[in-house]
Structures are given as structure tokens and as C-alpha cells.
Design a protein around this ligand. Structure first.
Ligand SMILES: [Zn+2]
Length: 366
């Protein structure tokens, strides 16, 4: 099977067609534009726009709401694309379907009826979503070593991080326990997946000046876990596909969808507020999170660095000001001792870096 081919990309706002190299990854399409930009479209939301097989031409979009388009021409490219994403060819994958296929289909149909007929039921779906599915999807979302690098295993660093996580989440009233993973990527990023899985990338730990800053980011991600934002957004973006995938056992299709979730103003503000509560409860000064936001904003402005975690609304300056208003909450000690902090900074020693340098969200959207 052809794993890479040429295509034509259009950003949906101008008429310019960009040549690009398209690579089929395990769960996403990578588009390397000839201009140098990189895009990354998870299979979970990839949408067929038009399909003229007689002419050997297919047009896809990153998701149903997007105006961006990728056009591929040629039988080899078509065949590769549809075998990577069977949904596009009209043939559903049968992997994971067994004797219970009819039952599963019936459940999906009922859920779909609720879904499309009663959007307000969505919160109910989040509430009854089986924890084992949530966990499975979360594991899948965070598994990609080519993207995030190897798991970091420094024992002392992980112990310090686990202890910090316990202190922050002690009285958080979380719907599911938080499990924090560190991966070796140099990207300054962190995210919460479903099932309470939180990933910190080593680039974020290395970029932080104090353990309070890491504690702030961690508290923010725990805030997303508390409010079940990953599952809510996943259901928003991938819709019924989440249920189909979970039932069929083929969660890869929706797994990395999470990486393109950005939460929007309401969810970010909610996670920030929870972070303040959790840090206050753990006796950690919230100023660390504000410091981190400020420095990242400066980096982004000066170098034009694209940092998905920070591509947020409201803007970072506004968020850090709101946080700073709560600073000076009487903390006496940093989040970690010196020894713990040094151990955390070395937690990824020896872990292999990711092989891919692709961006989870299109540059064109910023
Ligand atoms: Zn967030």
C-alpha cells in the first residue's frame, strides 16, 4: 500500500492551491505543505466532501465543519486513503465486531436517535458513558510514540509528580482518578484525555522555571478532567463515531481526535478556576501558572512559535491577569522540594524522542 502521495491543499479562505505531501500515519493524515507548514488531520473526523472515482479524484476535509480541503488524484492515492480510512469508501471496518454486532448496532441506533433528536441529552450521554470506554479511548489517545515520544520513566521524577497529583486532586471531587503520564516530546504542551489520563510533554517541564508553574498547568488539566471536558468535546467533534468506535473496539479512529480539540472560552475559564481552587487547597501559590502563561505569551509573540496548548481563548494575558488576582494565597513552600523538582526535570533522561514533528492543529487557523 502506498503510504505517502501528493495532494493539493486549499485553506478554504483563499483560492490558492498548495501542493503537499500526504503521509498516512497510524491514526491521522499528515500534510506537509510545499510552503513548509505542517497539518495533521485525525482519521476520526476526516470527512468525505466529494468522490469522483471515475475520474480518480477524492476531496476530503479535516472535519465536517471545516472549509479546508485536500484533493487527491490517482488510483494509488485513492486506494491508500480508503484503506487507511475505510469509512471513506463506504465500507465500514469490521474489526472488533463479533456476534454482538447486531446488539451494538441497535445500541448505536438508539443513541443516534437521542443524539440527533435531543442534543440536550448530550450531557446525559456523558454522564452514562461507561468508564471502561472512556479509559480505553484515553489510552488510545495518549499512546502514539511517533507523536509524543516514549513514556518517561525516571522513578524519582514520577514519584514526585504522582505525589503532587495526589495533593492537587485530594479534595477535587473528580469523576474518575487522574493518571499523569510524561512523554519525551520537546513540544511545550499538556493535555487531558478521557478516562482521567493527563499527558505532560517534557518540553513543558523543561520550559517551566519553577515547580509551581508545572503544578499550575497540571492543576489546569485536572480541572478539565473534573468537568469531563475531554469527553464532552470528543462527543461534540466526533459525535456518534465515539460510540461506534467504543462499541466496535476500534478506538484508534477517534483516539487522536482529542489532539485537535480546543476547548473554547467557557471550558478554559472553568479549568482555570478549578486550578485556582486545587492549588489553593494544596497550599501552592497560583502565581506560578500566571508566570507560565505570561512567558509563553511573550515567546509566542516574539518568535511566532505555534504552541497548541496556548492557542486559547480568552488570550493568555487575560487569563494570567485573572489568575494573578488570586495570587498571594498564603503559600509558604514551593510545589516540589528542590530534589523532587530536579528529579522531575530529569524524568525523561534516556527516553526516545518522537519521530514526527507534526502540529496537532493547522497553522492557518491561528
Ligand atoms: Zn485547557
Amino acid at each position: 500500500m502506498q503510504a505517502s502521495f501528493r495532494g493539493t491543499y486549499n485553506d478554504g479562505r483563499t483560492a490558492v492551491a498548495h501542493g503537499c505531501a500526504v503521509t498516512l500515519l497510524a491514526d491521522a493524515l499528515s500534510l506537509q505543505l510545499d510552503s513548509g507548514a505542517a497539518l495533521w488531520w485525525p482519521y476520526g473526523t476526516l470527512t468525505l466532501v466529494s468522490d469522483d472515482r471515475a475520474a480518480g479524484r477524492v476531496v476530503v476535509a479535516p472535519d465536517a465543519a471545516s472549509d479546508e480541503r485536500l484533493r487527491v488524484v490517482g488510483d494509488g492515492a485513492l486506494e491508500a486513503l480508503t484503506s487507511a480510512v475505510p469509512r471513506l469508501s463506504g465500507h465500514r471496518t469490521t474489526r472488533g465486531f463479533g456476534r454482538s454486532a447486531m446488539v451494538a448496532a441497535a445500541i448505536v441506533a438508539v443513541l443516534a436517535a437521542f443524539w440527533f433528536g435531543y442534543p440536550v441529552i448530550k450531557d446525559g450521554l456523558v454522564a452514562v458513558f461507561p468508564p471502561s470506554w472512556s479509559d480505553r479511548i484515553g489510552r488510545e489517545m495518549t499512546a502514539d510514540q511517533a507523536l509524543f515520544g516514549e513514556p518517561c520513566t525516571g522513578a524519582a521524577g514520577l514519584a514526585a509528580l504522582d505525589d503532587l497529583t495526589r495533593r492537587l486532586s485530594a479534595n477535587a471531587g473528580l469523576p474518575e482518578p487522574v493518571r499523569v503520564h510524561v512523554r519525551s516530546s520537546d513540544q511545550v504542551n499538556a493535555f487531558a484525555a478521557t478516562g482521567g489520563h493527563v499527558v505532560l510533554l517534557n518540553g513543558l517541564i523543561r520550559q517551566a522555571k519553577t515547580s509551581d508553574e508545572v503544578a499550575g498547568v497540571l492543576a489546569h488539566e485536572i480541572g478539565h478532567v473534573k468537568h469531563r471536558h475531554p469527553l464532552k468535546r470528543l462527543i461534540d467533534v466526533a459525535g456518534i463515531q465515539v460510540f461506534v468506535s467504543a462499541i466496535s473496539g476500534d478506538v484508534g479512529a477517534v483516539g487522536t481526535t482529542l489532539l485537535m480539540l480546543n476547548y473554547g472560552r467557557r471550558h478554559e475559564a472553568q479549568a482555570d478556576r478549578t486550578a485556582l481552587d486545587l492549588m489553593g487547597g494544596a497550599g501552592i501559590d497560583v502565581g506560578g501558572l500566571a508566570d507560565f502563561f505570561d512567558r509563553m505569551e511573550e515567546n509566542t509573540r516574539n518568535r511566532g512559535t505555534f504552541i497548541p496548548f496556548l492557542e486559547t481563548h480568552p488570550p493568555l494575558a487575560e487569563r494570567s491577569a485573572a489568575i494573578r488576582a488570586h495570587s498571594g494565597n498564603g503559600s509558604v513552600a514551593p510545589a516540589l522540594t528542590n530534589n523532587e523538582w530536579q528529579a522531575l526535570r530529569e524524568v525523561c533522561a534516556g527516553a526516545r524522542k518522537p519521530s514526527l514533528q507534526v502540529l496537532p492543529r493547522p497553522l492557518t487557523s491561528s
